[in-house]
Write a protein that binds this ligand. Structure first.
Ligand SMILES: [Zn+2]
Length: 535
């Protein structure tokens, strides 16, 4: 036994010593007109070279091996003839489409590129990246000389696209001034506000990048990486024609993503996937408070936003418990997450006579997390938020456990007892979603949905999966009623038509787009509320 252990220890020391002595892989990123050519130079010849993240969908899409005889599959580079190699080059061009919960590898900004560094890391050993760029280019976040850090997004492009400030800001000349200004201001304000309210300064200076991608379907996407970097990407041919509404949405995004620098990067949720409502909910709720603090939203606008979250959560969660059957993706994560934070905020304000709010709760949660490896969880949060198992009408308990349909009226009553003013109403957005998804359910096999970027019409996502509605048509009316301006009438008209197994006609600007035989009764009308006072 003793000998065995001794040998094992010696072996580990030997491996550790060898790993330390191993020379790094050198990576040269050379931008060209199409994208970025990535050349890997290995210290020794190998027969296979594995990349750290196996993102086959991203690499299979736009990564092309430039070295004859060398292939890339499932994140592994090898020679087709099985032989050894010590260098290879890959031309990486911009991702051809946005992907859910996946970082894009390469996105154009101005005359340069936003690169997602971790896709270039090796499964074993260190990769040292450097950029081989034209004169006048710079990187953000800045590395030492031409070195780039591969831990998150890095921008390489003309130095004029990078602006220094309390947050470093990257945008090309294609980004309208209204957007540049709104985002730059929000980034500075959010960083200062969160640092003050949480009593925690960020480890590094944040960087914000803005990209326009006119070739994608309308919409937008954003995410954060180490660095800390926030990336905002606006899609569609109209992406460059931004108005004040787009700027406001971008401010909300910046406020949301910046909170993740604290609750997902400085501290971490112990079960980020299972309890996504916890970190996403506070990022979104903190964004509302930050916008209110900066004067970017009025009291009424915050109330409107919270009404939308309450409505969204009620219609997603229905009778399920947030603790027992939590949503793991989609709107329910955010809607129910915000509702939890709002309830906690009401309680903190109530019990402190208005001298404290939910940020004080998170400051305590983070301080506790700092003593246990930087992690926090819903148990710790709910204990601080006053979750009570004794009282059947305690609002957090009503939300966490499965409940009868009347739980939602009991929940809003309990919130009113804590100072809010909430009234039932009808929701255009929720009824539009229920109606259109019901129509699609009648004819689609597989993925279905719609894009909501255009205020005048919905573009359906039907592909070749929805029979009469194939080909992603746009619609603005169902059953003879405009679903953008008069959706309640459309919803009410569809009920009797579906009950009688009749036809639902879809149209655009008065012209029929398709007709769907409704075989199933319409779902119940979605619940909805307005919020007159939220604190
Ligand atoms: Zn988020």
């Amino acid at each position: 036994m003793r000998t065995g252990v001794g040998v094992l220890v010696a072996a580990i020391v030997l491996i550790a010593a060898r790993a330390q002595a191993a020379e790094p892989v050198r990576l040269e990123l050379k931008p060209n007109a199409k994208g970025v050519e990535a050349t890997f130079i290995l210290p020794d010849p190998v027969t296979r070279f594995a990349l750290e993240e196996p993102v086959e969908d991203v690499r299979g899409d736009t990564w092309r091996l430039q070295t004859p005889g060398v292939v890339l599959a499932n994140g592994v580079v090898s020679r087709a003839d099985g032989g050894a190699f010590s260098t290879f080059s890959i031309l990486v061009t911009p991702d051809s489409q946005p992907r859910d919960r996946r970082y894009p590898a390469l996105t154009a900004i101005g005359g340069g590129w936003q690169i997602y560094g971790p896709y270039f890391k090796a499964a074993e050993g260190v990769v040292e990246g450097r950029i081989v760029s034209p004169k006048g280019w710079a990187t953000a976040p800045a590395g030492a000389g031409d070195r780039i850090v591969l831990d998150g997004y890095v921008y390489a492009g003309p130095a004029g696209d990078i602006t220094a400030g309390p947050a470093t800001f990257v945008a090309g000349p294609e980004t309208p001034a209204i957007m540049r200004d709104a985002v730059a201001k929000a980034a500075s304000q959010a960083a200062a506000y969160y640092a003050k309210r949480l009593s925690v300064e960020l480890g590094g200076k944040p960087t914000v990048m803005i990209a326009l991608v006119p070739t994608f379907n309308p919409g937008w996407q954003g995410d954060t990486t180490a660095g800390p970097v926030a990336s905002l990407r606006f899609f569609g041919p109209q992406a460059g024609q931004m108005d004040a509404g787009d700027a406001d949405r971008a401010v909300g995004f910046v406020n949301h993503e910046f909170f993740h620098f604290w609750n997902s990067r400085t501290f971490r949720s112990r079960d980020g996937a299972g309890e996504a409502w916890l970190h996403e909910g506070m990022a979104e709720y903190a964004a509302l408070l930050a916008a209110r603090e900066a004067g970017a939203m009025s009291e009424a606008e915050v109330g409107e936003a919270l009404a939308g979250r309450l409505t969204g959560c009620a219609n997603t969660l229905k009778a399920k418990g947030l603790a027992t059957d939590p949503p793991r993706r989609g709107g329910g994560v955010y809607d129910c997450g915000v509702l939890v934070q709002w309830i906690a905020d009401l309680r903190v304000r109530r019990t402190s006579n208005g001298s404290r709010d939910v940020f004080d709760l998170w400051r305590t949660l983070f301080a506790d997390a700092g003593r246990s490896g930087g992690q926090y969880d819903s148990a710790g949060f709910l204990a601080l938020a006053g979750l009570s198992d004794g009282d059947a009408d305690e609002p957090l308990r009503l939300l966490m456990q499965p409940g009868a349909p009347d739980r939602w009226s009991r929940l809003t009553s309990a919130m009113e007892a804590m100072g809010a003013k909430i009234a039932p109403t009808r929701s255009g957005e929720a009824e539009r979603r229920t109606l259109v998804m019901h129509v699609l359910d009648q004819v689609c096999k597989g993925v279905r949905g719609y894009y909501g970027g255009d205020p005048k019409a919905l573009k359906l996502d039907t592909g070749e999966r929805c029979g009469a509605l194939n080909g992603d048509p746009s619609i603005d009316a169902v059953a003879g009623h405009d679903i953008m301006t008069d959706v309640h009438a459309a919803f009410d008209a569809a009920g009797p038509l579906c009950a009688a197994q009749g036809e639902l006609v879809l149209s655009l600007k008065g012209k029929a787009v398709g007709s769907v035989a409704c075989k199933a009764p319409m779902p119940a009308r979605p619940m909805a509320w307005t919020v007159e006072r939220w604190r």
